[in-house]
Design a binder for this molecule. Structure first.
Ligand code: ATP
Length: 324
C-alpha cells in the first residue's frame, strides 16, 4: 500500500473511486445464490474520501460532495466502511476504535459501487493508521468477505473480474476515456436487479451461452485506445432487467445517444447510465446539451481509468514535483 502519512494519530485519509462496468456478462444463478460473472471494471474519477481518526468507540459520519444524496447511507454497524474497519481490527488483533468520516461523491445505490469504495478506502486508511502493512493482496482478501466489488475498489484502474467479480486480472489500457454519468431518479437494489434478470431469462431452462467474443472486443478496444471500438463493445447483461424495473432508463440511454454520445450503457445494476464520449471537452458539451432535458443535477463528468484505494497525504506534506 502507499506509505503512511507523517502524523497518523491525527487521522489518515484514503481515497477510493467509483467503477463502471465496460462489460457485464451474467452466468446462471449458482447454488449459493450468487451469479458467476465475467466483467470488465474501470475505476473512474468520482471519489470517496474516508478519514479514520482514533476515537473512544467506532462511529461514522457522512458528508455529501457535489450534491450527492446521502440520505440512504446507513450510519450504524451495517455501513460497509465501518464493517471494513472492524473486520480489519478483528483479524489484526487491534483494539483501537476509529471514527470514520466519509466524503461521498459517488451516487448511493447507483450501480457504481460507492459503498464498496468506502470499504476499500476504510481498509487502506485503517491499515495505515494502525501501521499494519497488510499489503494489497491481504486487504483484497478481507475486502472479498465484505462484498464482491471491494477488491476492485482496492485495485482500481481497469481489470477483468471473474467469479463473483472478486477475482481480478489487470487489463492493459493505452488511453484515458471520458464519461458522462446520468444519475437515476431513485436507487435500484442490486439483488432485485439480479432477481429480475433471472425472472426474464426463466431460471429453470437458462444456461450460460458459450464464450461469445465480447470480452476480447473490450480488451482490444482498451489496448488500442479506440473510443469508437470501446463504444461498440460496451455491454451489460443486467441492462434489460434494470430497464424493466426502471423504464425511464431506456429514454435516458436514447437521450444520450441522440445528444451525440459515442455509446451508452447501464452502469452495473443501475440506475446510473454511463455515456462514453470522445474527450473531456465533449463531456462538457454533452452536459450542456443534456442539462435542459435530464436536469443538470443528475449529470456528472469523469475520466477513467484512475488508481485504486490509496492514502492521501495531509495538506502541506506533498513534495513539489516542479522541475523534476
Ligand atoms: P453495488 O456495489 O451493489 O453496485 P451500488 O453502487 O448500487 O452497489 P451502494 O451505494 O454501494 O450501491 O450501496 C448499496 C446499499 O448499501 C445502499 O442502499 C445502502 O443501504 C448500503 N450501504 C452500506 N454501506 C454503505 C456506504 N458506505 N455507502 C453507501 N451505501 C451503503
Amino acid at each position: 500500500m502507499s506509505g503512511s502519512p507523517s502524523t497518523p494519530s491525527a487521522g489518515v485519509t484514503a481515497r477510493a473511486s467509483a467503477k463502471v462496468n465496460l462489460l457485464l456478462q451474467v452466468g446462471p444463478r449458482r447454488d449459493d445464490g450468487f451469479h458467476d460473472l465475467v466483467t470488465v471494471f474501470q475505476a473512474v474519477s468520482l471519489h470517496e474520501d474516508v478519514t479514520a481518526t482514533p476515537a473512544d468507540e467506532y462511529g461514522i459520519t457522512v458528508e455529501s460532495v457535489g450534491g450527492t444524496d446521502v440520505s440512504g447511507v446507513p450510519l450504524d454497524g451495517s455501513n460497509l466502511a465501518l464493517r471494513a474497519a472492524r473486520l480489519l481490527a478483528e483479524r489484526a488483533g487491534v483494539d483501537e476504535p476509529v471514527h470514520l468520516h466519509v466524503r461521498k461523491e459517488v451516487p448511493v445505490a447507483g450501480g457504481m459501487a460507492g459503498g464498496s469504495a468506502d470499504a476499500a478506502a476504510a481498509l487502506v486508511a485503517c491499515d495505515a493508521l494502525w501501521r499494519l502493512h497488510s499489503g494489497l493482496d491481504g486487504l483484497a482478501e478481507l475486502g472479498a468477505e465484505l462484498g464482491s466489488d471491494v477488491p476492485f475498489g482496492l485495485h482500481g484502474r481497469t481489470a477483468v473480474g471473474t467469479g463473483r467479480g472478486d477475482r481480478l486480472v489487470p487489463v492493459l489500457t493505452t488511453a484515458s476515456f471520458s464519461w458522462v454519468f446520468v444519475l437515476g431518479t431513485a436507487g435500484l437494489s442490486t439483488p432485485a436487479v439480479f432477481a429480475e434478470c433471472d425472472r426474464l431469462r426463466g431460471l429453470d431452462d437458462w444456461s450460460a451461452p458459450p464464450a461469445d467474443g465480447r470480452l476480447e472486443a473490450v480488451e482490444f478496444a482498451l489496448r488500442s485506445g479506440d473510443v469508437q471500438a470501446l463504444g461498440e463493445a460496451l455491454s451489460n447483461d443486467l441492462a434489460e432487467a434494470a430497464c424493466s424495473l426502471a423504464p425511464e432508463l431506456t429514454a435516458t440511454l436514447e437521450a444520450g445517444r441522440a445528444a451525440g454520445a459515442v455509446a451508452g450503457v447501464v452502469s452495473g445494476s443501475g440506475p446510473t447510465v454511463a455515456l462514453l464520449v470522445s474527450s473531456p471537452a465533449e463531456a462538457r458539451r454533452l452536459v450542456r446539451d443534456l442539462a435542459p432535458v435530464l436536469g443538470e443535477g443528475r449529470l456528472r463528468t469523469a475520466t477513467g481509468p484512475v488508481p485504486g484505494a490509496r492514502v492521501l497525504e495531509p495538506v502541506g506534506t506533498t513534495r513539489s514535483t516542479r522541475g523534476s
